[in-house]
Write a protein that binds this ligand. Structure first.
Ligand SMILES: CC(C)(COP(=O)(O)OP(=O)(O)OC[C@H]1O[C@@H](n2cnc3c(N)ncnc32)[C@H](O)[C@@H]1OP(=O)(O)O)[C@@H](O)C(=O)NCCC(=O)NCCS
Length: 167
């Protein structure tokens, strides 16, 4: 039976679960150019940058944190104050069960509440599950940066996508 997914703002006590899920995404080599496993000190610093407008939302299933999404600073110039970049990671055990869809909707609501008019994101062109999630939710492909980064010694292409809440 499909279990109920709930979403809420993250608190400091969620940091360990957030880190474990992030580290899975890093190890899977499908979500990010990050390659080093993150420790508690890294997450403390990360969390300190995710206060105020740059919020973090967790999704829970029966009290277990199954995934998280965050609004990140896109660019420090004031012209870009209304643009946030997005991160979203689901625990391996809960992928493909609708958690990402719930989280994306919740983080978009938070973005609008916090006066962002646009979300941008960066994804690997071969990350079909992520692209499917984003396209279904109204994100459009901006384009592909070729050889944008290196991971495990190989050049990696990165796809930029965006969703604008005003026109
Ligand atoms: C990408 C990710 C965030 C998607 O979240 P999710 O909870 O797994 O996705 P959902 O179950 O909400 O499914 C969203 C859509 O993905 C597609 N999808 C679901 N399962 C799939 C599968 N096994 N294969 C391909 N596409 C799939 C479907 O189109 C689905 O929409 P639908 O259920 O309305 O048909 C999640 O899988 C994840 O964290 N992956 C690893 C980290 C990552 O890639 N993060 C994104 C970085 S850009």
């Amino acid at each position: 039976m499909l279990k109920l997914v709930t979403t809420r703002l993250a608190t400091h006590t969620d940091l360990e679960a957030i880190r474990d899920i992030y580290n899975q995404g890093i190890q899977d080599r499908i979500a990010t150019l990050e390659s080093d496993i993150k420790d508690h000190a890294f997450m403390q610093e990360w969390y300190s940058k995710h206060q105020g407008r740059y919020g973090v939302i967790v999704a829970e299933i029966e009290g277990i944190v199954a995934g998280w999404a965050s609004l990140n600073q896109y660019n420090s110039r004031s012209a870009y104050d209304g643009v946030a970049s997005l991160s979203i990671y689901i625990d391996r055990d809960f992928r493909g069960r609708g958690v990402g869809s719930h989280l994306l909707k919740a983080i978009e609501q938070l973005a609008i509440q916090n006066d962002f008019y646009k979300i941008v994101l960066y994804t690997f062109p071969q990350n079909e599950m992520a692209q499917s999630l984003y396209r279904k939710n109204g994100y459009r492909e901006v384009g592909i940066f070729h050889n944008q980064g290196r991971l495990d010694g190989k050049f990696i292409d990165i796809m930029a996508m965006e969703k604008c809440f005003i026109y």
